[in-house]
Design a binder for this molecule. Structure first.
Ligand code: NAG
Length: 402
């Protein structure tokens, strides 16, 4: 089923590209030399609106299936002035990376729209028998943490850095999977760093890394002994988990039930459904729903599931292509300001096509107000929270929806 769905996506893309070619030959707009075309389109662009505004994107009816590239170009840098207001009551986690540092500002401005902010700073390393070290602390910005907590004071926004198990050999993993004293030594180091920097806990990314390679029970026991130690200290423990992909089901309902009482939340990575070898939507809405329901049918347990929301997109070409972030998307839209974006009802995502200077076709998927709104609606109906990867990659007007 996984393959056939991708096959259908490929066919759709083929049709779309053909469609583009046809419309180019038919449309008088596209005649004439390139330079004239660029001048024409740049003249047409209305002045972009920026910064705090009296009305939200919802008031302005910008959340629509029918949009032109120009609508995004004009409005994406504006946001509703009441930045403390929030619309989504569940858990809202926002990841922030140093390499898209606009996210640092987003967290300071919209802090109250998040219950958790997770800066991607830290790694845990194993340097020998019962010897652990947290690296990446040079990225920790104490003033920023204070600013984020201040912005989110009403909602008590927590700062929970992500921890990666970096450079671990199979022997290192064997140690923590088999020896309680190793886990204890690791916990001590992790908590010391937590206290030193005033963190409220961590987001742990380890399951996808080793779940396929080790037995499940020792892995569950490792997570349990870590999460219980954290909860004793009143620290949050959020576990990153993979979504189901076709027949591959690395994190199941059984795992969910075992860990449910012990962790603060599960950050479900419902993105990257497609890739350059199989171009298509980033996260088809039915697949997101399916991934959540397969973790638990018990709706009262769902608030601990954080549905992954991508704030990046992809620009695909015949030779590959890859991920794009907000400003790269905007650069691409500027080439086609008059273009209406297409919307796939099946996937719940907008997309568009353009030709670059070498006449190569590009197919671009990136979130829109409408696609995000649909996903927040789904999250509300399924009674789950959300986790955004990541807030430095999105557009400022997205936050009106949160
Ligand atoms: C659903 O989850 C809640 C909270 O963990 C639990 O109390 C309840 O027994 C569960 N219901 C079923 C039918 O398993």
């Amino acid at each position: 089923m996984f393959l056939s769905k991708n096959f259908i996506i490929l066919i759709i893309i083929f049709i779309l590209v053909n469609d583009l070619l046809c419309s180019e030959t038919l449309s008088p707009k596209n005649r004439g030399n390139k330079k004239k075309k660029e001048e024409k389109s740049s003249k047409k662009l209305p002045k972009p609106i920026k910064g705090p505004q009296k009305y939200s994107v919802l008031d302005q009816r910008l959340v629509s299936e029918d949009i032109l590239a120009e609508d995004i170009l004009t409005n994406h840098q504006a946001f509703f002035t009441e930045t403390d207001d929030y619309n989504f009551n569940g858990l809202v986690l926002g990841y922030v990376t140093p390499w898209n540092n606009h996210g640092y500002d987003v967290a300071k401005i919209f802090g109250n729209k998040f219950t958790h902010i997770s800066p991607v700073w830290l790694q845990i390393k194993r340097n020998g028998v019962q010897k652990y070290e947290v690296t990446g602390t040079h990225d920790v910005d104490q003033q920023w943490i204070v600013d984020v907590k201040n912005a989110g004071r009403q909602r008590k926004t927590k700062v929970v850095p992500r921890i990666l198990f970096d450079g671990w050999t199979s022997n290192d993993f064997k140690a923590v999977l088999l020896k309680p004293e190793e886990v204890q030594a690791m916990n001590v180091v992790l908590m010391k760093i937590c206290k030193k920097y005033n963190f409220d806990g961590y987001v742990f990314e380890v399951w996808s890394q080793i779940a396929g390679a080790v037995k499940t029970d020792p892995l569950l026991n490792l997570i349990l002994s870590m999460s219980d130690a954290f909860s004793l200290e009143n620290l949050d423990f959020i576990l990153v988990i993979p979504p189901k992909r076709g027949d591959s089901h690395l994190f199941t309902e059984k795992h969910f039930d075992t860990l449910y009482d012990h962790v603060t939340a599960f950050s479900l990575m419902t993105y990257d459904y497609s890739n350059p070898r199989m171009p298509g939507p980033n996260a088809p809405i039915n697949w997101i729903e399916d991934s959540i329901i397969s973790l638990t049918s018990n709706i009262t347990r769902r608030p601990k599931i954080l549905m992954g929301l991508n704030f990046y997109g992809n620009d695909y070409t015949a030779d590959g292509g890859g991920p794009i972030v907000g400003h790269e998307y905007i650069e691409r839209l500027k080439k086609v300001p008059d273009l209406p974006l297409k919307f796939s009802k099946e996937f719940g995502e907008h997309f568009f096509e353009y030709k670059d200077n070498t006449k190569m076709n590009h197919l671009v998927f990136y979130p829109t107000l409408y696609s995000i709104f649909q996903r927040l609606d789904l999250a509300f109906n399924l009674n789950v929270g959300i986790a955004i990867w990541e807030i430095g990659q999105g557009l400022d007007y997205f936050y009106d929806l949160l």
